[in-house]
Design a protein around this ligand. Structure first.
Ligand SMILES: [Zn+2]
Length: 130
């Protein structure tokens, strides 16, 4: 694992921590840190709400990035307090839709290996054919 992944993993792990917000909402079970192609780091936490209306940590980190006008993600790490969490299929599709270059975004796996978004999601949703 390279130094940038070490830093992203540490940032995400420190940010993670399950927090009760209300009777219906918890946050921070998973946190995410991403590095853009411009070299900036953005972070986010997951939000778990009743009726499945919450969202993944990747979504809030991406919203943080979009506020700065960036969309190209170089590397991304999601983690609970104890271990790296691999992005779900919805997040992989979301990352790819943000920018065509994000097919090469590198994701840290719980094994310490890295894979690209394109390797983890080789077949995309065929939105252009609808
Ligand atoms: Zn997700």
């Amino acid at each position: 694992m390279d130094k940038e992944f070490d830093v992203l993993k540490e940032v995400a792990k420190k940010l993670a921590g399950d927090t009760v917000v209300s009777k219906y909402v918890r946050c921070g079970h998973v946190a995410c840190a991403l590095l853009t192609s411009n070299g900036n780091v953005y972070t986010g936490v997951s939000i778990n709400a009743k009726c499945g209306i919450g969202f993944c940590a990747e979504h809030s980190a991406i919203a943080d990035m979009l506020k700065a006008g960036e969309s190209k993600i170089s590397k991304i790490v999601s983690s609970s307090e104890s271990s790296v969490v691999v992005s779900c299929g919805r997040c992989l599709e979301f990352i790819r839709q943000l920018d065509e270059d994000n097919v090469n975004t590198k994701i840290l796996l719980s094994t310490g290996e890295t894979k690209t978004v394109g390797e983890l999601l080789p077949v995309r949703w065929n939105i252009d054919e609808l």
